[in-house]
Design a protein around this ligand. Structure first.
Ligand SMILES: Nc1ncnc2c1ncn2[C@@H]1O[C@H](COP(=O)(O)OP(=O)(O)OP(=O)(O)O)[C@@H](O)[C@H]1O
Ligand SMILES: [Mg+2]
Length: 325
């Protein structure tokens, strides 16, 4: 459905998208995960024919985004990062306008609008002005609009950004429903780790380059460490004990002991810790997340506000050293 080859986009002497290649198959749920300015929107704009590439090629449904732009436009639905509805029209009118622009046959339009408004839970609000809608409702209406002309591919540029967590979950459910009901290929961008985790495959993009691309599970195995955190009354003693008795290089951070466990060895280690260490107050196992993957690949956190980055890096570095990398 999407074939991208050596795609590059420069703005003056700045390279926003830098020689990226990837493909997305039919019915796939594909995500681009990357921090602000990584080049996500630029890539999506090129695929949606809104921006020309500087070099390389991109095809959607087999159509070239430059030479066959019209055919591409008919094959895709787009939900932009910034809202693009007409506030002065009702929900129904916004959809009708879109149906006209996309030559949806008139006799199908009514039924299709009803069907999609129901799908995104807005059937009751059909005759209300969009101006009166909440942010989450507008997003849902945009998703419905993106699907109206039955595109094979739906592009969603940060579909949940700026929404509260509850609304984000809600939108996410709708995207999933839509994906199943409409059978569309979904390409979305996000900088939320949890959202990327839910995609079938994820491309991690940073400074215009794809630094990794795989299923979330496979990406996480590249980090290869579970971290066991442990709290005891006398953490310094515990760290020493772990070293002397179990040969473990634990790190002490703000009173919490962190034990990097090799891939999958947490299950074996936990009972050992429990029987060796006296006075355990708390014990947690943390699986690597895509945040760890990003950190591992780029040395930075995906979002600046991520806490304890420095600590996490130390843990990962230790684990790497121990693995002899
Ligand atoms: N029209 C433009 N002119 C000049 N520079 C641009 C233009 N569009 C994008 N850029 C630059 O290209 C880089 C990538 O931008 P892009 O919007 O693709 O990032 P993004 O990954 O979508 O980020 P965000 O998560 O903030 O939406 C940024 O440094 C941006 O400033
Ligand atoms: Mg963007």
């Amino acid at each position: 459905m999407i074939e991208v080859e050596k795609l590059t986009r420069r703005f003056a002497d700045f390279t926003a998208v830098d020689d990226i290649s990837f493909t997305v198959g039919e019915g796939e749920f594909f995500g681009f995960l990357g921090p602000n300015g990584a080049g996500k929107t630029t890539t999506i704009r090129i695929l949606a024919t809104l921006l020309r590439p500087t070099a390389g090629t991109a095809r959607v449904k087999g159509y070239d985004v430059v030479r066959e732009a019209n055919a591409v436009r008919r094959s895709i639905g787009m939900v932009f990062q910034d809202p693009s509805l007409d506030d002065r029209l009702t929900a129904g009118e916004n959809l009708k306008l879109h149906a006209m622009l996309y030559f949806v046959p008139r006799r199908e339009t009514e039924a299709r609008i009803t069907e999609l408004l129901e799908l995104v839970g807005l059937a009751e609000r059909r005759r209300d002005l969009v101006r009166t809608f909440s942010g989450g409702m507008k997003r849902r209406l945009e998703i419905a609009r993106g699907l109206l002309h039955r595109p094979g591919v739906l592009f969603l540029d940060e579909p949940t950004v700026g929404l509260d967590p509850q609304t984000r979950n809600y939108i996410w459910d709708y995207i999933n429903t839509v994906r199943k009901t409409e059978g569309a290929t979904v390409f979305l961008t996000t900088h939320y780790i949890e959202e990327a985790e839910a995609c079938g495959r994820v491309g991690i993009i940073d400074h215009g380059r794809i630094v990794a691309l795989d299923t979330p599970a496979s990406l996480k195995t590249t980090v290869g460490v579970d971290v066991i955190t442990l709290q005891t009354e006398t953490p310094e003693d515990t760290v020493r004990l772990l070293h002397d008795r179990l040969g473990l290089e634990a790190a002490l951070m703000e009173g919490v002991i962190q034990v990097p466990a090799g891939n999958g060895s947490a299950e074996r280690l936990v009972p050992k810790l429990a029987s060796t260490v006296p006075g355990i107050m708390a014990l947690h196992v943390r699986r690597p997340s895509l945040e760890d993957v990003f950190l591992n690949l780029t040395g930075r956190a995906i979002r600046e506000e991520s806490v304890n980055t420095v600590d996490r890096m130390r843990v990962i570095r230790r684990a790497r050293t121990r693995k002899g990398r």
